[in-house]
Write a protein that binds this ligand. Structure first.
Ligand code: ATP
Length: 492
């Protein structure tokens, strides 16, 4: 079994990865057996953050768009689905092996890394030409020329340092397994490599049962599986991951307008959840997938560079037409305004829950130094948007006696049905603040002796450490306002 590769990126990223493990966000899968490459588990804080992100996406897509509804399709699908979608024949990556190190690489990634080096050396033209050349060769399925490009660019294996390469071959990324109890009746099926096809095959079910009128969308969140060759950058590229996809069904001819509209809507969402504008950009695809006539990525600047977090694709009628052909069942819509039948066109938005999670974590991770000399203080905290933070509020009686725990417990009871709240009385208040900073809790409530007299408590704000005295009677409303998902939605 391959072991989980340790991330080799810059030191901030290393700190983020170890922070994620130490504070219950992400653990390597089956770690007691040394892990499994490119597979990770979400811990007690990670799952809360990820659920909050998924919830914000789900509600933004369905609740805030009158013409988008959700479904939850199965991971297993009829194997012909993947013939029709093009995945059986076309879902592969070009790979190349180094004969000395016996390591396998994605040929396009090696070339893109080389282009990034040109970019870093101030030679953007060279970088652009190289990427364009590669795109042309891949488009023409000319793998020999891709290999020649690697050799002529003097690209060497990072492990062996040699350019002793095999030829470039295509490698299918789908995992397959069997259904059926006895080997003879077993049928090979696939673990879905994308959630989109579960939406396409349900297009008419949803349209008819929901009396949907074009344009309308179907959204879904679910697991997808890809046998990725290059497993690196932590949860950025996993073999089991989660997608949040939406297929928007439109009239043929309207695709340009909807493609542009969804590009803007989706960029706004990333800004609204707190990713900064300067760390987000669009990146048009050089090489279009077999199903698309326009495609763009939204990229986030991770500590290891600008990388895709979401893809927006104009998929034409490729998928529905293909399912019509393979299933021999009409996948058409009767447009009452035009008085005609047609196979709808589709604009898709597809974002990785794990990649948005990682972007949010990287963006939140803050190493702060204040003061100088003897007053110098260092603090690490996670600056999550309050609506996304795993724990919203920590209730902290400053001592374990004098009736303070009782009052603190009352406040805890009053809040716990509305938000994720923790109660803690162990250790000094300073240590408890630090622990909450490390998991990104936006508000700590200190209950002190005065609280018994003045029915007030102190709210300590995570980002500024500023403390504010408020009436216990007002506390719930103040907190509900501050952690509400509305704070995100009003920016959409
Ligand atoms: P990449 O070029 O990085 O392999 P892709 O273009 O193949 O990604 P899509 O097929 O467009 O990705 O999938 C849509 C989204 O699903 C991506 O933007 C990404 O957020 C997520 N995703 C795809 N593959 C993975 C993976 N192996 N691990 C985690 N997330 C993934």
């Amino acid at each position: 079994m391959e072991k989980a590769a340790a991330p080799t990126e810059n030191s901030t990223f290393k700190n983020i990865v170890s922070h994620a493990k130490e504070y219950g966000f992400v653990f390597p899968s089956s770690e007691i057996y040394d892990g499994l490459a490119a597979v990770y588990d979400y811990g007690q804080n990670g799952v809360e953050l990820k659920n909050n992100l998924k919830n914000v996406w789900w509600k933004a897509m369905t609740q805030l768009h009158e013409n988008v509804v959700g479904i939850d399709a199965a991971i297993f699908m009829h194997p012909t689905t993947w013939k029709a979608s093009g995945h059986v024949d076309g879902f592969s990556d070009p790979m190349i092996d180094n004969k000395d190190s016996k390591k396998r690489y994605r040929a396009d990634v090696l070339i893109e890394d080389c282009a990034a080096n040109y970019e870093a050396k101030g030679e953007p033209e060279k970088a652009k030409t190289l990427v364009q050349q590669m795109a042309r060769f891949l488009e023409a399925e000319d793998l020999k020329s891709v290999q020649e490009l690697i050799i002529s660019e003097n690209i060497v294996c990072p492990v062996s340092g040699t350019a002793n390469w095999t030829e470039v071959r295509q490698f299918n990324l789908m995992f397959s397994t069997q259904v059926g109890s006895v080997a003879e009746d077993a049928t090979a099926i696939y673990l879905r490599p994308e959630t989109a096809q579960g939406i396409f095959v349900n297009f008419l079910n949803v349209q008819k049962s929901g009396r949907m009128k074009i344009p309308f969308g179907i959204a879904q969140i679910g697991k997808a599986f890809r046998n990725e060759i290059v497993a690196r950058q932590f949860t950025f590229r996993m073999r089991e991951f989660e997608q949040m996809e939406m297929q928007f069904f439109i009239r043929p001819g309207d695709e340009k307008q909807w493609y542009e509209a969804w590009k803007q809507i989706r960029m706004k969402w990333h800004l609204a959840i707190g990713l900064p504008a300067e760390k987000l950009k669009f990146h048009d695809h050089e090489k279009l997938a077999h199903y698309a006539n326009a495609a763009v990525d939204i990229e986030y600047q991770f500590p290891f560079g600008f990388k895709e977090i979401e893809g927006i694709h104009s998929r034409t009628d490729f998928d529905l037409s293909s399912h019509e052909k393979f299933s021999k069942k009409k996948q058409q819509y009767f447009d009452t305004e035009l008085n005609k039948n047609y196979v709808p066109y589709v604009v898709e938005t597809s974002v990785g829950a794990d990649r948005v999670f990682l972007a949010t974590l990287c963006n939140a991770y803050t190493e702060e130094v204040t003061g100088e000399g003897e007053d110098k203080k260092e603090r690490v905290f996670l600056k999550f948007h309050p609506a996304l933070a795993p724990v919203k509020v920590a209730i902290l009686p400053i001592t374990k006696k004098d009736g303070l725990p009782e009052l603190a417990r009352q406040i805890f009871e009053d809040l716990r049905y509305d938000m994720n709240v923790v109660y803690e009385e162990r250790d000094s208040i300073g240590k408890r603040y630090t622990r909450q900073d490390l998991i990104g809790t936006p508000f700590c409530i200190a209950v002190d002796h005065d609280s018994l007299q003045d029915a007030s408590v102190t709210i300590r704000h995570r980002d500024t450490t500023v403390q504010e005295r408020v009436k216990i009677a007002d506390l719930k409303n103040i907190l509900l306002e501050a952690v509400s998902i509305k704070r995100i939605f009003e920016k959409l």
